[in-house]
Design a protein around this ligand. Structure first.
Ligand code: UD1
Length: 432
């Protein structure tokens, strides 16, 4: 069978120079799309949605449950969730992305019962959902695993709806924090989440819910308090999703790694603090403005040590990109993955380009400073794919990256944006 394969082709070793505009935060937009299922009165107009595959998928999932979705422009969707009911969404859609597990919290919050297949998403080792389940159980839900024709499902049921409670997480989880928030918005009584994730996506979700009449306090701190409101008190609203700190961070690292000079616009510099600080430590110059950052490299890049952590630490979603920067920086860097068990699978791809990296469990030791060379590599997951693009931009010669679909899940118009900065990059269709 002849297969049509898309590949990114990059002729590297050119500095990125110019200006770039960052889009809406994918990982903030996803929970907000699922949160719109809680709204039965009026429509939700969601603005500044990034035009990426995961957003399309999540809108398709809520449509499959009965929501009416109108895409009024590339970045705006109007959602009417009044006709939604609890039913298993198509497994093929759910398995394509991690965030489909937010259906559990949203359905529990609205209907007191929920069912969804186990989610898909990037493979960084085991990605259990035990903390989500524990959170729902704190709220009085009975959670069971069931099997249907479409595979293993999680089913959560309550006796007449969730009840507010103290929810304590042993370890921080973005997804579990979001899911409990969604479930608790219309609970009877007050829910207090301790050891909550503090990521900007959590704050964005709380802000959206509050514009719809919810009472969520303390998002962005380790303690979130939610006073349950009656479902009839929630109403539609217009909400613009905050800028994507990972997209911004990726272009910051790309600018640094190619020794370019790029103004990155439409960002919240506070969200980028951990990334900026680490870049500065490596010799990168960052000038912060109100809603933009200028990234340039006045001298040599030098090695550093780094560990990814939940926000406000360095995001794990920036780890592969920083790994590439460490490859081109002088000296030996130590990079520790502090969030996921197995997030160095992409390192073999970088080795094909001449990178000198040793991995021992969750620690990578990178001997940097030697040039990278173009090669045929794969985007093994979304952020690893972004790292391959950065490596290709730095490398001498031609790099070809396959599995491009991964990259499209999280980076809007990446080819156009990089071309505008002077990169020699194109997307080709190759017959196999
Ligand atoms: C979200 C992001 C992802 C990011 C991650 C950490 C979305 C769609 N995805 O993923 O891009 O890399 O946050 O910032 O927003 N864990 C458990 N049990 C659970 C839940 C999590 O053991 O029930 C573990 C995970 O395996 C991981 C760690 O906790 O080791 C953190 O995961 P979590 O914060 O939940 O990440 P996600 O929400 O899956």
């Amino acid at each position: 069978m002849v297969k049509n394969m898309k590949k990114l082709v990059i002729n590297g070793a050119k500095p990125l120079v110019g200006e770039i505009e960052i889009g809406g935060m994918k990982n903030g937009a996803l929970p907000i799309i699922f949160a719109s299922l809680l709204i039965t009165k009026g429509t939700c107009t969601l603005e500044n949605l990034p035009a990426v595959k995961d957003i399309d998928l999540s809108l398709e999932i809520i449509e499959s449950l009965g929501a009416k979705v109108e895409r009024t422009d590339k970045h705006t969707a109007v959602i009417d969730a009044s006709g939604v009911s609890v039913k298993e969404p198509p497994a093929a859609l759910v398995r394509k992305m991690r965030a489909s597990y937010y259906l559990l919290g949203a359905e529990l919050g609205r209907f007191g019962t929920a069912v969804v297949q186990y989610p898909g998403g990037c493979d960084f080792g085991g990605r259990p959902i035990d903390r989500h389940i524990k959170g729902f159980e704190f709220l009085g839900a009975k959670v069971t695993e069931t099997f249907s024709e479409s595979g293993k499902c999680v089913r959560a049921t309550t006796d007449g709806g969730v009840v507010g409670a103290n929810v304590f997480f042993d370890d921080v989880s973005v997804g579990a924090t979001v899911n409990v928030m969604l479930a608790a918005v219309c609970a009877k009584g007050v829910t207090v989440i301790e050891n909550a994730a503090r990521e900007p996506h959590v704050v964005d979700l709380a802000n959206f819910l509050n514009t719809c009449g919810a009472q969520v306090f303390g998002a962005g701190t380790p303690t979130i308090k939610i006073t349950g409101v009656d479902k009839s008190e929630l109403h539609g609203s217009t909400y613009a999703v905050a800028p994507d700190m990972i997209e911004a961070g990726t272009y910051m690292v790309a600018a640094a790694a190619t020794r370019g000079n790029v103004l990155i616009k439409n960002v919240i510099p506070k969200h980028l603090e951990a990334t900026s600080t680490k870049l500065e430590e490596m010799g990168v110059k960052i000038v912060e403005n109100d809603d933009s950052v200028q990234v340039s490299v006045p001298g040599e890049l030098s090695a550093t040590n780094m560990k990814t952590l939940p926000y406000p630490g360095i995001p794990t979603d920036m780890q592969p990109q920083f790994c590439v920067l460490m490859c081109v920086a002088n000296g030996v860097s130590r990079l520790v993955e502090g969030v996921f068990d197995n997030r160095f699978q992409y390192v073999d791809q970088l080795r094909r380009m001449g990178a000198n990296i040793e991995v021992n469990g969750k620690v990578a030791t990178i001997s940097g400073g030697s040039p990278l060379y173009g090669a045929a590599v794969s985007a093994l997951d979304l952020r690893a794919g972004a790292a391959m693009v950065i490596a290709g931009l730095c490398a001498n010669g031609k790099t070809e990256i396959d599995n491009v679909n991964y990259i499209n899940r999280g980076y809007e118009d990446i080819v156009e944006k990089l071309r505008a900065l002077g990169a020699d990059i194109s997307l080709i269709n190759e017959e196999d």
